[in-house]
Design a protein around this ligand. Sequence first.
Ligand code: NAG
Ligand code: NAG
Ligand code: NAG
Ligand code: NAG
Length: 304
Amino acid sequence: MGQTKWRTLPSRRSYLKLFQSLVLAGLFYFSSGIIQMTKPVNDRAVLSCDYNISTDELTKVRIYWQKNNSDMVLSVVSGEMKVWPKYRNRTVANIISNPFIVILGLRPSDNGTYTCVIQKPEKGAYRVGHLTSVMLSVTADFPVPSITELGNPATNIKRIICSTSGGFPKPHLSWLEKGKELNAIHTTVSQDPQTELYTISSELDFNVTNNHTFICLVKYGNLTVSQIFNWQKYEPTASPFNQSWLWILILVVGISVIIVIAVFCYCCLCNRPAARWRERRKSGESMEMKTISPIVSGSAEASG
Ligand SMILES: *[C@@H]1O[C@H](CO)[C@@H](O)[C@H](O)[C@H]1NC(C)=O
Ligand SMILES: *[C@@H]1O[C@H](CO)[C@@H](O)[C@H](O)[C@H]1NC(C)=O
Ligand SMILES: *[C@@H]1O[C@H](CO)[C@@H](O)[C@H](O)[C@H]1NC(C)=O
Ligand SMILES: *[C@@H]1O[C@H](CO)[C@@H](O)[C@H](O)[C@H]1NC(C)=O
């Protein structure tokens, strides 16, 4: 129907519509043998047309890359390349001999089936000469979540946080203990508009006076990642007393040390003058004894 329009440069919309119907028709016949490709997010994907263009064909063929039979990616018409906005600045193309494109910085939304259509002029019209499809899966796996302690919002209550980021699709987080789901106090999910990747985190409060084994479970798509957090209870009613006992002990030891030091110093400082005084007294006594010895002896004699 539109073969003539192809030759007379149609408006962009009809161009695209026509092209799609052509490709769909093409897919109907060539639907077997779709190449599968799995790449991690941010990686690059090399999508090949899997077709050798001869040198004399080079200026005559038209190459189209489209996604999911609906979105244009890239076209090469009359040797002129056009890249659609979503792929601009991150798609390079080789159009010589075996045409291929490279999509850089893969995003989760790049998931899909890419089809290379090579059209050749035939009796004055362009017809599909070759068709290749590549099914691209972009994976964005969440790393194993990490659980960290956030302190004590109340006596005997501890708060922990579980978080992970860099995955796709949108995750769901749950806290489990003995197979039972617990109520998180605060769960946030955010998506980076550029990379389309998600970050999730969730906080949980628990009573420290019991043993606990918590599982932080993150589900996304049909995949899950999880982390376990074990808690060993404090000795019953020991926590506040333990500390006061420690303080009392420190206080008692401190006071004892101060007393010992004080006594020691007192002895050191006071013993010296006392000894001197005793010495002086001794020598004074002997002098006195010399001078008044007759009296003393006399008195001694008298008393004796
Ligand atoms: C393309 O040409 C190369 C050699 O230049 C050959 O090895 C390859 O098999 C050819 N591929 C196709 C699809 O014809
Ligand atoms: C591509 O890069 C140029 C300059 O680096 C910028 O001006 C343009 O907006 C970019 N286009 C897209 C679609 O990101
Ligand atoms: C913690 O648990 C103990 C016993 O299981 C209970 O007596 C205490 O009230 C709880 N503490 C809080 C803050 O819920
Ligand atoms: C998960 O889902 C993908 C498609 O979304 C599917 O290809 C894959 O087989 C599924 N895996 C499991 C284990 O169900």
